[in-house]
Design a protein. Structure first.
Length: 251
Protein backbone atom coordinates (compact mmCIF):
# COMPACT_ATOMS: atom_id res chain seq x y z
CA UNK A 1 0.00 0.00 0.00
CA UNK A 2 1.29 3.45 -0.92
CA UNK A 3 0.26 6.85 0.56
CA UNK A 4 -2.27 7.59 -2.21
CA UNK A 5 -4.01 4.26 -1.64
CA UNK A 6 -3.97 4.89 2.11
CA UNK A 7 -5.61 8.30 1.65
CA UNK A 8 -8.42 6.76 -0.38
CA UNK A 9 -9.10 4.22 2.38
CA UNK A 10 -8.76 6.75 5.23
CA UNK A 11 -11.28 9.14 3.66
CA UNK A 12 -13.93 6.86 5.18
CA UNK A 13 -12.12 6.60 8.55
CA UNK A 14 -13.99 7.88 11.61
CA UNK A 15 -11.62 8.31 14.58
CA UNK A 16 -12.65 6.64 17.81
CA UNK A 17 -15.08 4.18 16.21
CA UNK A 18 -15.06 0.51 15.22
CA UNK A 19 -13.28 1.57 12.02
CA UNK A 20 -10.00 0.94 13.86
CA UNK A 21 -10.74 -2.82 13.72
CA UNK A 22 -10.94 -2.87 9.92
CA UNK A 23 -7.76 -4.54 8.54
CA UNK A 24 -7.47 -2.16 5.57
CA UNK A 25 -7.85 0.92 7.77
CA UNK A 26 -5.40 -0.55 10.30
CA UNK A 27 -2.84 -1.04 7.54
CA UNK A 28 -3.36 2.53 6.30
CA UNK A 29 -2.99 3.92 9.84
CA UNK A 30 0.22 1.95 10.32
CA UNK A 31 1.60 3.45 7.11
CA UNK A 32 0.70 6.95 8.36
CA UNK A 33 2.94 6.40 11.37
CA UNK A 34 5.87 5.81 9.01
CA UNK A 35 5.09 8.48 6.41
CA UNK A 36 5.31 12.09 7.72
CA UNK A 37 3.37 13.54 4.77
CA UNK A 38 0.55 11.04 5.19
CA UNK A 39 0.56 11.65 8.95
CA UNK A 40 0.03 15.40 8.43
CA UNK A 41 -2.79 14.70 5.97
CA UNK A 42 -4.42 12.29 8.44
CA UNK A 43 -4.19 14.85 11.25
CA UNK A 44 -6.07 17.40 9.14
CA UNK A 45 -8.61 14.77 8.08
CA UNK A 46 -9.32 13.82 11.71
CA UNK A 47 -9.65 17.50 12.61
CA UNK A 48 -12.28 17.91 9.87
CA UNK A 49 -14.14 14.86 11.15
CA UNK A 50 -14.17 16.26 14.69
CA UNK A 51 -15.34 19.66 13.43
CA UNK A 52 -18.19 17.96 11.61
CA UNK A 53 -19.17 16.03 14.72
CA UNK A 54 -19.15 19.25 16.74
CA UNK A 55 -21.46 20.94 14.23
CA UNK A 56 -23.88 18.02 14.38
CA UNK A 57 -23.93 18.14 18.17
CA UNK A 58 -24.91 21.81 18.00
CA UNK A 59 -28.03 21.05 15.93
CA UNK A 60 -30.93 20.98 18.37
CA UNK A 61 -33.70 18.48 17.77
CA UNK A 62 -37.10 20.12 17.11
CA UNK A 63 -39.19 20.46 20.24
CA UNK A 64 -41.48 17.52 20.84
CA UNK A 65 -39.89 15.33 18.17
CA UNK A 66 -39.50 12.29 20.43
CA UNK A 67 -43.10 12.43 21.67
CA UNK A 68 -44.37 12.96 18.13
CA UNK A 69 -42.56 9.89 16.77
CA UNK A 70 -43.87 7.71 19.59
CA UNK A 71 -47.45 8.86 19.14
CA UNK A 72 -47.35 8.43 15.37
CA UNK A 73 -45.98 4.91 15.66
CA UNK A 74 -48.69 3.97 18.14
CA UNK A 75 -51.71 5.56 16.51
CA UNK A 76 -50.61 5.71 12.85
CA UNK A 77 -51.80 9.31 12.73
CA UNK A 78 -51.62 11.39 9.62
CA UNK A 79 -48.55 13.51 9.03
CA UNK A 80 -48.83 16.63 11.16
CA UNK A 81 -47.43 20.09 10.55
CA UNK A 82 -44.76 19.50 13.17
CA UNK A 83 -43.50 16.40 11.34
CA UNK A 84 -43.31 18.35 8.09
CA UNK A 85 -41.21 20.95 9.89
CA UNK A 86 -38.91 18.18 11.09
CA UNK A 87 -38.52 16.86 7.54
CA UNK A 88 -37.70 20.37 6.34
CA UNK A 89 -35.06 20.69 9.07
CA UNK A 90 -33.44 17.36 8.14
CA UNK A 91 -33.55 18.29 4.46
CA UNK A 92 -31.81 21.57 5.25
CA UNK A 93 -29.01 19.66 7.04
CA UNK A 94 -28.61 17.29 4.07
CA UNK A 95 -28.45 20.18 1.61
CA UNK A 96 -25.82 21.86 3.78
CA UNK A 97 -23.72 18.69 3.84
CA UNK A 98 -24.00 18.28 0.05
CA UNK A 99 -22.71 21.81 -0.37
CA UNK A 100 -19.86 21.49 2.14
CA UNK A 101 -18.54 17.98 1.36
CA UNK A 102 -16.75 19.07 -1.87
CA UNK A 103 -14.84 21.65 0.19
CA UNK A 104 -13.83 19.12 2.85
CA UNK A 105 -12.79 16.47 0.30
CA UNK A 106 -11.83 18.39 -2.84
CA UNK A 107 -9.60 15.76 -4.45
CA UNK A 108 -11.08 12.37 -3.67
CA UNK A 109 -9.31 9.77 -5.86
CA UNK A 110 -11.26 7.53 -8.19
CA UNK A 111 -12.44 4.39 -6.40
CA UNK A 112 -12.27 2.05 -9.38
CA UNK A 113 -8.48 1.85 -9.50
CA UNK A 114 -6.54 -1.39 -9.53
CA UNK A 115 -4.98 -0.59 -6.13
CA UNK A 116 -8.38 -0.19 -4.46
CA UNK A 117 -9.70 -3.38 -6.07
CA UNK A 118 -6.68 -5.29 -4.75
CA UNK A 119 -7.09 -3.89 -1.23
CA UNK A 120 -10.81 -4.66 -1.13
CA UNK A 121 -10.47 -8.23 -2.40
CA UNK A 122 -7.70 -8.94 0.12
CA UNK A 123 -10.03 -7.57 2.79
CA UNK A 124 -12.75 -9.99 1.68
CA UNK A 125 -10.37 -12.94 2.02
CA UNK A 126 -9.07 -11.88 5.44
CA UNK A 127 -12.28 -10.70 7.10
CA UNK A 128 -14.17 -13.88 6.40
CA UNK A 129 -16.76 -14.67 3.75
CA UNK A 130 -19.36 -17.26 2.85
CA UNK A 131 -18.90 -19.26 -0.30
CA UNK A 132 -21.79 -19.23 -2.73
CA UNK A 133 -20.84 -22.75 -3.81
CA UNK A 134 -18.80 -25.31 -1.87
CA UNK A 135 -17.30 -27.98 -4.11
CA UNK A 136 -14.03 -29.59 -5.20
CA UNK A 137 -15.22 -29.75 -8.82
CA UNK A 138 -13.66 -27.12 -11.15
CA UNK A 139 -16.37 -27.77 -13.76
CA UNK A 140 -19.14 -27.11 -11.24
CA UNK A 141 -17.45 -23.86 -10.23
CA UNK A 142 -17.25 -22.66 -13.86
CA UNK A 143 -20.87 -23.60 -14.51
CA UNK A 144 -22.05 -21.84 -11.37
CA UNK A 145 -20.19 -18.62 -12.22
CA UNK A 146 -21.27 -18.64 -15.86
CA UNK A 147 -24.94 -19.04 -14.89
CA UNK A 148 -24.67 -15.86 -12.83
CA UNK A 149 -22.81 -13.81 -15.47
CA UNK A 150 -19.58 -13.79 -13.46
CA UNK A 151 -16.21 -14.40 -15.18
CA UNK A 152 -16.01 -18.14 -15.89
CA UNK A 153 -13.73 -18.37 -18.94
CA UNK A 154 -10.59 -17.81 -16.87
CA UNK A 155 -7.29 -19.55 -17.63
CA UNK A 156 -5.50 -21.05 -14.62
CA UNK A 157 -1.71 -21.54 -14.44
CA UNK A 158 -0.84 -25.23 -14.69
CA UNK A 159 0.21 -25.62 -11.01
CA UNK A 160 -3.00 -23.95 -9.86
CA UNK A 161 -5.03 -26.35 -12.02
CA UNK A 162 -3.67 -29.18 -9.86
CA UNK A 163 -4.43 -27.42 -6.56
CA UNK A 164 -7.48 -28.53 -4.55
CA UNK A 165 -10.42 -26.21 -5.12
CA UNK A 166 -12.87 -25.67 -2.26
CA UNK A 167 -15.56 -23.52 -3.87
CA UNK A 168 -16.33 -20.03 -5.11
CA UNK A 169 -18.15 -16.79 -4.41
CA UNK A 170 -19.15 -13.75 -6.42
CA UNK A 171 -18.09 -10.27 -5.29
CA UNK A 172 -19.43 -6.99 -6.64
CA UNK A 173 -17.02 -4.34 -7.91
CA UNK A 174 -18.50 -1.10 -9.26
CA UNK A 175 -20.85 -2.32 -12.02
CA UNK A 176 -18.93 -5.57 -12.59
CA UNK A 177 -18.80 -9.01 -10.97
CA UNK A 178 -15.62 -10.55 -9.57
CA UNK A 179 -15.26 -14.32 -9.48
CA UNK A 180 -13.63 -15.45 -6.22
CA UNK A 181 -12.24 -18.98 -6.56
CA UNK A 182 -11.04 -20.60 -3.34
CA UNK A 183 -8.25 -23.18 -3.02
CA UNK A 184 -6.49 -25.12 -0.31
CA UNK A 185 -2.70 -25.43 -0.29
CA UNK A 186 -2.66 -28.48 1.98
CA UNK A 187 -1.20 -26.68 4.98
CA UNK A 188 -3.00 -26.97 8.35
CA UNK A 189 -5.82 -24.44 8.60
CA UNK A 190 -7.37 -22.74 11.65
CA UNK A 191 -10.76 -24.09 12.79
CA UNK A 192 -13.56 -22.90 10.53
CA UNK A 193 -11.25 -21.86 7.67
CA UNK A 194 -11.55 -23.89 4.47
CA UNK A 195 -9.20 -21.98 2.15
CA UNK A 196 -5.81 -20.29 2.28
CA UNK A 197 -5.32 -19.45 -1.41
CA UNK A 198 -7.68 -17.16 -3.32
CA UNK A 199 -7.97 -16.19 -6.98
CA UNK A 200 -10.03 -13.17 -8.06
CA UNK A 201 -10.96 -12.73 -11.74
CA UNK A 202 -12.60 -9.63 -13.21
CA UNK A 203 -13.01 -8.14 -16.67
CA UNK A 204 -10.00 -5.97 -17.38
CA UNK A 205 -12.14 -3.07 -18.62
CA UNK A 206 -13.81 -2.77 -15.20
CA UNK A 207 -10.57 -1.65 -13.52
CA UNK A 208 -8.83 1.62 -14.10
CA UNK A 209 -5.03 1.41 -14.67
CA UNK A 210 -4.97 -2.41 -14.83
CA UNK A 211 -1.43 -3.85 -15.08
CA UNK A 212 -0.10 -4.38 -18.60
CA UNK A 213 -0.37 -7.80 -20.23
CA UNK A 214 2.40 -10.35 -19.60
CA UNK A 215 3.52 -8.48 -16.48
CA UNK A 216 3.25 -10.09 -13.04
CA UNK A 217 3.26 -7.75 -10.06
CA UNK A 218 4.00 -9.11 -6.57
CA UNK A 219 2.77 -7.00 -3.66
CA UNK A 220 2.36 -7.56 0.06
CA UNK A 221 -1.10 -6.44 1.22
CA UNK A 222 -1.84 -6.88 4.91
CA UNK A 223 -1.16 -10.58 5.70
CA UNK A 224 -1.37 -11.74 2.09
CA UNK A 225 1.26 -11.86 -0.61
CA UNK A 226 -0.45 -11.13 -3.92
CA UNK A 227 0.45 -11.42 -7.59
CA UNK A 228 -1.49 -9.76 -10.37
CA UNK A 229 -1.46 -10.25 -14.11
CA UNK A 230 -3.67 -9.78 -17.14
CA UNK A 231 -4.40 -12.31 -19.84
CA UNK A 232 -6.78 -11.65 -22.70
CA UNK A 233 -9.62 -9.52 -21.38
CA UNK A 234 -9.29 -10.73 -17.79
CA UNK A 235 -7.45 -9.34 -14.75
CA UNK A 236 -6.22 -11.95 -12.25
CA UNK A 237 -5.35 -11.46 -8.58
CA UNK A 238 -3.92 -14.41 -6.62
CA UNK A 239 -3.27 -14.16 -2.88
CA UNK A 240 -1.86 -16.47 -0.23
CA UNK A 241 -0.90 -16.31 3.41
CA UNK A 242 2.83 -16.69 2.84
CA UNK A 243 5.75 -15.13 1.00
CA UNK A 244 6.54 -14.70 -2.68
CA UNK A 245 8.23 -18.11 -2.85
CA UNK A 246 5.01 -19.73 -1.60
CA UNK A 247 3.03 -17.95 -4.30
CA UNK A 248 5.46 -18.89 -7.07
CA UNK A 249 4.55 -22.55 -6.57
CA UNK A 250 1.12 -21.89 -8.08
CA UNK A 251 2.19 -19.90 -11.18
Amino acid sequence: MNPDEAKTILLLYRPGTADDDDPLIAEALALAKREPGLARWLEKHCARQEALRTKFRQIAAPAGLKEQIISEQAAHERISARRRNTIFAVAAVIVTLVVLVPFWFPHRPSDNTFAILRSRMVGVALRGYSMDLTTNSPSQVRAFLAARSAPADYVLPAPLEKTTMTGCAIQNWQDAKVSMICFRTGRPLPPGQSSDLWLFVVDRTAVKDAPPADSRQFTRVNRLTTVTWTQGNKLYLLGVEGNEQTLQQYL
